[in-house]
Design a protein around this ligand. Structure first.
Ligand SMILES: Cc1cc2nc3c(=O)[nH]c(=O)nc-3n(C[C@H](O)[C@H](O)[C@H](O)COP(=O)(O)OP(=O)(O)OC[C@H]3O[C@@H](n4cnc5c(N)ncnc54)[C@H](O)[C@@H]3O)c2cc1C
Length: 465
């Protein structure tokens, strides 16, 4: 639709049943599920040199597997569980109980996760193309997407497919095909961006002894108020990684950016790096345990929380989250709070606005939020699924994006099998297949010995300080 490319002159690289755009946590799970269900030919595209998206580009903790609170309930299973189990088999995972309001986190070694994604994808038989950037979509007269165009160092190629899954985070495929969406910042301020960074040689014992989180908050406020370190805000978190004496942070904050605009994103990347080294100086100078530490890694790119959110057959809302909505066509659950990272009105600090799901419960996420309005050939999942700003701020943890991927992969397989559009699949069949594959579709009852404890017993202990 927006194309200036002459599609007829672009060579056809492949013709497949299912094309998945973007190998983030959502896209990888979707590709595995689609391939394993009926042995359809599945091709997964990724612009970078490794799979995982945010899970490997910038993060090290899966949230969303558990509801927060004193009695966490496990609300995600299926393929996401297989990812965690593969990490566990490599000794690369531990649980972080009830951290920062988001509930129990599953901490992993992100470098090992790159290998785990490779292994799961290859074992399933997914054809993976790395360093392949989706740049265009070819539609036919009725607007249906017929193929995508990728740019590689070898040139442009077309890939034809019967079903498409947009898991690019930014809805690049839907955008290229002219589908409608809401852009972050259009109605409410877009969530802020964060360059995460990692530091080594931290004496975590000394840090905890001095007060841990409490001393960090105190020192940050002190440094900002006294003007000794011009940090962007008085907040920010850090946590022990899956490697001895190493920490990872969510501290940097860059506001008011349209992350689909490359010039704004360029400025944000540079600003993110600048802020990261301000935090390094602050931590070394002011926080017990950090004197001999330094940055050993910045995120592969600045972390983008939201950009385009596709208009789907249903739009998940704040009310759905806070009223613990139930839907007949649910395909996953979410108990994660609304966690909205936004710039405070003074422009100098950040407010993270939290909205908890009442009763430590989990709401249903309907299948229709994955189906772009009026479409038969494409699903949009993960960071670009159909939700309002607030609902997205709840339902964007990787537990949920992986669960969306699992559901979407099975859904496209089902639509191929039944010879119907993705809108018309029998959702009860999809739910049955999801349950059969270990996905959680009913909120588990609270149990005295919590699901988190039971799961944790199988896992390694956190690394010694
Ligand atoms: C700073 C930050 C901190 C967060 N902290 C946590 C946390 O601690 N725990 C948690 O569970 N969640 C956290 N989240 C949220 C979570 O990481 C994301 O919502 C989730 O990872 C999104 O997954 P996704 O697969 O939809 O998208 P992504 O992970 O963004 O994956 C999209 C993939 O598509 C690829 N791609 C994009 N465009 C193209 C293209 N045109 N062609 C080819 N490939 C393309 C990208 O390279 C990427 O690999 C955080 C997010 C941010 C930004």
């Amino acid at each position: 639709m927006f194309s200036i490319l002459d599609h007829g002159k672009i060579p056809l690289l492949a013709e497949v049943d299912v094309l998945v755009a973007g190998a983030g946590s959502a896209g990888c799970c979707a590709a595995i599920a689609a391939r394993e269900s009926g042995r359809h030919s599945v091709l997964l595209l990724e612009r970078y040199g490794f799979a995982g998206g945010s899970s490997t580009q910038m993060l090290d903790t899966f949230y969303g597997f558990f509801t927060p609170g004193a009695e966490p309930r496990k609300v995600v299973g299926g393929i996401p569980d297989r990812v965690v189990n593969a990490l566990d088999a490599a000794g690369a995972v531990f649980l972080r109980p009830n951290t920062y309001g988001a509930g129990t986190g599953v901490n992993y070694n992100p470098e090992r996760l790159k290998l785990v994604w490779d292994e799961l994808l290859v074992r399933a038989g997914v054809r993976v193309l790395l360093h392949a950037h989706l740049v265009d979509a070819e539609t036919v007269a009725d607007g249906r997407i017929q193929s995508v165009v990728i740019w590689t160092k070898r040139g442009f190629y077309r890939i034809r497919a019967t079903r498409f899954i947009d898991a690019s985070g930014d809805a690049d495929l839907c955008h290229a095909a002219g589908l409608s969406y809401e852009k972050a910042g259009d109605l409410e301020p877009a969530q802020t961006l964060t360059t995460t960074f990692r530091m080594s040689n931290v004496d975590l014992g000394a840090y905890e002894k001095a007060g841990g989180k409490k001393i960090l908050a105190q020192k940050m406020a002190g440094a900002v108020d006294a003007g000794t370190h011009p940090l962007p805000r008085k907040a920010g978190s850090l946590h022990a990684m899956n490697a001895r004496g190493c920490i990872s942070t969510v501290a940097v904050r860059v506001a008011d950016i349209d992350a689909t605009d490359f010039e704004q994103l360029t400025a944000a990347e540079m600003e993110g790096r600048r802020q990261a080294f301000l935090y390094e100086a602050f931590l070394r100078d002011c926080v017990p345990g950090f004197a001999e530490s330094n940055i050993i890694g910045l995120s592969h790119q600045i972390g983008v929380r939201e950009t385009r959110r596709v208009h789907g057959e249903y739009r998940l809302t704040r009310e759905d989250c806070l009223s613990v909505a139930r839907f007949e066509d649910r395909v996953l659950l979410c108990g994660a709070p609304i966690e909205d990272h936004r710039a405070a009105p003074d422009g100098k600090s950040e407010e993270t606005v939290w909205g908890y799901i009442p009763g430590g419960d989990a709401y249903d996420v309907p299948y229709r939020t994955l189906v772009p309005r009026g479409r038969d050939e494409i699903l949009a999942i993960g960071r670009c699924f159909s939700a309002t700003h607030d609902a997205h701020a709840s339902c964007r943890s990787m537990g949920q994006t992986m669960a969306m991927g699992h559901a979407a992969g099975l859904a496209v397989a089902l639509s191929l099998e039944k010879g119907c559009g993705v809108r018309d699949i029998p959702v009860s069949d999809l739910q049955q297949r999801l349950r059969g594959a270990g996905a959680v579709l009913e909120t588990p009852r609270r149990i005295a010995h919590t699901a988190a404890d039971a799961w944790a017993e199988n896992f390694a202990d956190p690394p010694a300080h």
